[in-house]
Design a binder for this molecule. Structure first.
Ligand code: HEC
Length: 431
């Protein structure tokens, strides 16, 4: 905050950018950057970073403190369905390409690629001791990957798509599938798994303190079970299948989303709804570690944050007379830049985010900001950025104009909006 405030005083030319950052990247604002629905989301234990996976085949690592996108992770050939936060600043992503990738800080390619699944991977979970990553797949198996290296243990026992996996506090993996089975897998590979049959296909699963499990079913019902598989309570929360479910770390709240996209916050104690969120359709949900905020990944590509106590969207409540963007109500170029601000700065002193600084973009050769790690695809191209080429980039979209780029797909089809964005960039990038 202080950083941005200083810019405002120093250089009026950057006022527009500074105010945009204030309004877009402040605490609890919307996170915009994905080029497709946000299919998966996880928050780091400290609550300062989040990772999202999208139908746009990318994962994005976000700072929840500033709203900046820190890294765009491009590896999967298809949609990223599952993400996980690993110990030591690492992340895991998995996708429709049936691969699991492990990412380390400061590297743009996966440190390890875990291969073995033969169909879409739907879910990832990390064991409580941080030693094992579990992946669930539509190939009907769950795989347990030792994070220190070595072969996976294959858990074979479902009779259909496995949709969800989690761990109990003692490290017991539990999975749920379209075969309506919940399976508790023994530590000892020789022992028999414990199978519980539910009345409906299972889409999603979350572990709660006290080794309780919350299950979201195709019948729109949430069920709470103990570690023996006994149903403790159940409640019909939706008229459509539950597609996403999350439990707050303290176990007090559950959040569910159904296929028609009603998002409901429930009290775990009696499964009574506390809030129905006024949100566009979502694909993914997670709580922050303090349990005070719910993050949702939207079908509209936006990640939103919600106050669990009030059920209100964080970021829109501040709008009104004091909204710093009010001054730009007449500047469609600044509005269009909202789609870029999470990843790109305009002031040289702000450096690079997930994307290179756009300071001095006009007249600059493609992929030439020193110290920024561009994709090989961009480095191999021969373009000079001008108002015309940047305009063309977003007229046809990065995936066509710069094939292989890390930048998520987005197009600005309206000629006037594109022209306004270019004028805004000409004014604000010091060129
Ligand atoms: C989710 C992050 C993200 C968003 C949102 C985003 N970009 Fe990018 N952008 C990137 C990344 C990453 C690169 C580098 C791509 C590579 O190396 O393949 C990039 C590259 C670029 C480049 C080429 C820069 C160079 O030095 O060659 C331009 C121009 C650009 N982006 C403009 C924009 C504009 C304008 C918007 C908004 C309409 C936007 N970007 C939105 C991440 C993003």
């Amino acid at each position: 905050m202080i950083r941005y405030a200083m810019h405002m005083r120093r250089a009026p030319r950057f006022l527009a950018a500074a105010l945009l950052l204030l309004s877009t990247a402040a605490d609890g604002m919307e996170l915009r950057g994905h080029g497709g629905p946000v299919r998966a989301i996880a928050v780091a234990p400290e609550g300062t970073a989040a990772i999202t996976g999208s139908f746009d085949a990318r994962a994005i690592v976000w700072s929840l403190e500033t709203g900046e996108a820190r890294r765009v992770l491009l590896f999967h050939g298809d949609e990223v369905n599952a993400v996980a936060v690993l110990p030591d600043g690492r992340f895991a992503t998995a996708g429709a390409d049936s691969r699991v990738a492990i990412w380390e800080p400061g590297r743009d390619a996966p440190a390890r690629v875990l291969q073995g699944h033969t169909a879409l991977v739907t879910a990832l979970a990390v064991s409580p001791d941080g030693s094992t990553l579990a992946s669930a797949s539509w190939d009907t198996t769950v795989r347990l990957w030792p994070l220190a290296g070595g072969d996976a243990r294959v858990l074979d026992g479902h009779e259909g798509n496995v949709n969800a996996v989690t761990f109990l506090s003692d490290g017991t993996p539990v999975s749920a599938g379209y075969d309506a089975k919940l399976i508790f897998w023994p530590h000892d590979a020789g022992a028999a798994p414990v199978r519980v049959t539910l009345p409906t296909p299972l889409n999603t699963l979350a572990a709660l303190p006290g080794d309780r499990l919350a299950l979201g079913g195709a019948d729109g019902t949430v069920r709470l079970l103990d570690r023996d598989g006994t149903i403790l309570s159940e409640a019909r929360v939706a008229r459509a299948p539950v597609v996403a479910l999350a439990a707050s770390p303290d176990g007090k709240h559950l959040a569910t989303a159904d296929i028609r996209s009603a998002i409901v916050l429930l009290n775990t104690s009696d499964l009574a709804p506390v809030h129905e969120l006024n949100s566009p359709p979502v694909w993914s949900l997670t709580f922050t570690p303090d349990g005070e905020t719910l993050l949702t990944g939207g079908a509209d590509r936006v990640v939103r944050q919600w106050n669990v106590e009030t059920g209100e969207s964080i970021g829109t409540v501040a709008a009104g007379e004091t909204d710093p963007l009010a001054e730009f109500a007449g500047d469609p170029g600044a509005e269009a830049f909202r789609a870029c601000v999470a990843c790109h700065t305009l002031d040289p002193e702000d450096g690079n985010r997930a994307g290179p600084t756009l300071h001095g973009i006009f007249g600059r050769r493609i992929a030439s900001v020193p110290g920024y790690r561009y994709s090989q695809a961009l480095r191999d191209m021969d373009i000079v950025w001008t108002p015309e080429t940047v305009s063309e980039l977003f007229e046809v979209g990065p995936s066509i104009y710069t094939p292989g780029t890390k930048m998520p797909e987005q197009t600005i089809s309206n000629d006037q909006t594109r022209a306004a964005l270019i004028r805004f960039l000409q004014r604000e990038t010091g060129g």
